[in-house]
Design a protein around this ligand. Structure first.
Ligand SMILES: [Zn+2]
Length: 176
C-alpha cells in the first residue's frame, strides 16, 4: 500500500462522496477520513479540518487535475446537490415549483375526546411555469399509519373499559 496524500477537504460528507464517486469512475482509489465523526457531530467538521479526501501518492497528480476540473464546473456538482432536494414539474421539468402544505385530520372519536389530533402532512405542488398541479405520496409510511390506527384502537378500548367500570360502579351505587 503506497503512501496516502490529502488532496482536498470538504465541510460536508455528501459533497465529499460525490467527488469520491467521480474520481472512482476514473479508477482512482479514494479514501475519506473523518467522515464518520463529521456525520455524527457536524459541528466539529472545521475543527477536524473537514472530510479529507486522500489518494495513493501515485494518483496525486491525476486526482488534483480532476478536482480542478470539478471545481471549475466541468461536472457541475452543485446542481447535483440541489437536484437531491428540488422537486421538478412532471409536465415541463421546471424546478420553479411552489410547495403547499396541506394538513388533514382523521376524526377518531376517541382521539378527539382526548384532544389528540393526528396531522398527516401531505404536500401538493404547483408549477409556476405551466401551472400544473400535482400531489406527492403521503408523507407518512403505511407502517406509521398502521401504528396510529392501532394506537387509536387501543385508546378506544381503554376508554370503553373505563366507561364500563364507571357506569358499572354508578349502577351498583344506584341499586343499593
Ligand atoms: Zn411545469
Amino acid at each position: 500500500m503506497s503512501k496516502l496524500v490529502t488532496i482536498t477537504s470538504f465541510t460536508d460528507s455528501l459533497e465529499a462522496n460525490i467527488v469520491k464517486g467521480r474520481l472512482e469512475v476514473e479508477s482512482i482509489p479514494v479514501f475519506l477520513s473523518n467522515e464518520y465523526y463529521i456525520n455524527v457531530y457536524w459541528g466539529i467538521s472545521n475543527a477536524l479540518g473537514g472530510v479529507q479526501l486522500k489518494v495513493p501518492i501515485e494518483y496525486e497528480k491525476q486526482a488534483k487535475m480532476l478536482i480542478k476540473e470539478i471545481e471549475e464546473g466541468e461536472y457541475d456538482i452543485s446542481s447535483q446537490l440541489e437536484a437531491k432536494d428540488k422537486i421538478s414539474c412532471p409536465q415541463c421539468d421546471s424546478i420553479d415549483v411552489k410547495k403547499n402544505h396541506l394538513f388533514w385530520k382523521i376524526p377518531f372519536i376517541a382521539l378527539h375526546f382526548l384532544s389528540i389530533l393526528l396531522p398527516f402532512t401531505h404536500h401538493s405542488y404547483r408549477c409556476k411555469q405551466c401551472q400544473k398541479q400535482w400531489k406527492e405520496d403521503a408523507a407518512y409510511s403505511n407502517n406509521t399509519i398502521i401504528f396510529y390506527i392501532l394506537l387509536a384502537t387501543a385508546m378506544l378500548i381503554g376508554f370503553v373499559a373505563f366507561m364500563i367500570i364507571i357506569l358499572g360502579s354508578l349502577a351498583e351505587m344506584l341499586t343499593r
